[in-house]
Design a protein around this ligand. Structure first.
Ligand code: MG
Length: 124
């Protein structure tokens, strides 16, 4: 049984470390990208089982990255959790319209994130 791969697209190293530490106690294999363009390229190359995408990213936003992944038949099926900055900003609606499978508003709890990850990509 092979571990499922999660791609985390996030420009902020502190936020990347939070997710890294959280997933270190699970069987998931984590890969990372620090901007939207390299996130899309990494997703096409690595075909992760799940993508976590911050909404605010350099080069290409998390919403545009989500749209690009949904538009490509090779990545269209991958569940994407968009991490929005602020629930009341309307980002949740934008995330849904872009094709996100789920969204989480910052600050999210580790338990919330793990629940969403395990629901969309059950641990092997
Ligand atoms: Mg960011």
């Amino acid at each position: 049984m092979s571990a499922k791969t999660i791609l985390h697209i996030e420009d902020n190293e502190f936020n990347r470390k939070i997710v890294r530490d959280l997933l270190a106690r699970t069987s998931y294999r984590l890969i990372e990208a620090a901007d939207g363009e390299s996130g899309v390229a990494t997703a096409k190359r690595e075909r992760p089982n799940l993508i976590l995408a911050d909404i605010q990213l350099p080069r290409m936003s998390g919403l545009d990255a989500t749209r690009a992944l949904r538009a490509d038949p090779e990545t269209a099926h991958i569940p994407i959790i968009v991490i929005t900055s602020f629930a009341l900003s309307g980002d949740d609606q934008k995330a849904r319209e872009a094709g996100a499978s789920h969204y989480l508003a910052k600050p999210y709890s580790p338990r919330e994130l793990l629940e969403a990850v395990r629901r969309l990509a059950p641990e092997a």
